[in-house]
Design a protein around this ligand. Structure first.
Ligand code: ZN
Ligand code: ZN
Ligand code: ZN
Length: 251
């Protein structure tokens, strides 16, 4: 490594589509966020590696400014649901070209796949790694309502998995993740244990999966305001807990 020797992932947002606080809602989580002037936006993150920038999902306008003065290398998209893809509608208007890796999904989102502009859309091959800025990204199929890939991200120091959105993980993916010797897992935990529509994991399922993968650490993302309220109201202490917006993890 040269240059500034920065190597970390920062989560711009860690919530679901609704964000927190939700307008008009007075649940414990929304109140807490409002009282402390906090805001959480849909789950997305960026990786800094030396002067390079790589985006994982793109559900927040705040990501756009992060590129200024850096070298934007690539976008990795988990799936084409709006809360992950809508930022690409603006991100693509750049005068340079960069790849956007994504699962095969002919529907895409809005006109992204027919009007690429600066983004070059490249379909992932499940379990086949691509390299960006010297880091290794491996797409892993997840169970969700649209074709969805999580990513195993390997740096010279750490191996992590970014696994959103999912209601479960099929056996071949789970076996693959187990073999990856993961330092940390960041995983969808939209629901609490009393409300589960079957499109996402709840926090108990997410905790169990982190253990099943044999990861050394785990963090919950894609949080719903009601699920967070459930944790606050019941004073629950999870082994692997939700992370707040702007959370940083060294890679
Ligand atoms: Zn609320
Ligand atoms: Zn989704
Ligand atoms: Zn989502």
């Amino acid at each position: 490594m040269g240059g500034r020797q920065v190597s970390k992932i920062t989560f711009i947002g860690t919530s679901d589509t609704a964000g927190i606080p939700v307008y008009g809602c007075n649940c414990a989580a929304c109140k807490m966020y409002r009282q402390s002037g906090r805001r959480n936006s849909p789950s997305c993150a960026y990786i800094e590696f030396d002067e390079n920038i790589i985006f994982i999902d793109s559900g927040s306008d705040a990501l756009l400014q992060i590129r200024e003065g850096r070298k934007f290398i690539a976008q990795f998209l988990t799936h084409f649901h709006a809360d992950h893809a809508y930022g690409l509608l603006r991100l693509r208007h750049m005068t340079v070209s960069a790849p956007c890796y994504h699962p095969k999904d002919d529907k895409g989102f809005a006109d992204l796949l027919t009007r690429e502009h600066g983004l070059k859309f490249i379909e992932n091959v499940p379990f086949k790694s691509v390299t960006a800025a010297g880091l290794e990204f491996t797409p892993v199929p997840l169970i969700h309502t649209r074709p969805t890939h999580g990513y195993i991200i390997k740096t010279p120091n750490k191996t992590i998995a970014y696994l959103t959105d999912c209601s479960g993980i099929e056996k071949r993916s789970l076996d693959f993740l187990r073999k990856a010797d993961l330092d940390a897992v960041f995983i969808d935990a939209s629901y609490d244990t009393e409300y589960n529509e079957g499109k996402h994991l709840d926090f108990v399922q997410a905790n169990e999966l982190i253990e099943l993968m044999g990861a050394r650490d785990g963090f919950l993302i894609h949080q719903n305001h009601y699920s967070l309220s459930y944790i606050i109201n019941n004073k629950l202490k999870l082994k692997y807990a939700y992370i707040p917006e702007n959370f940083e993890y060294d890679l």
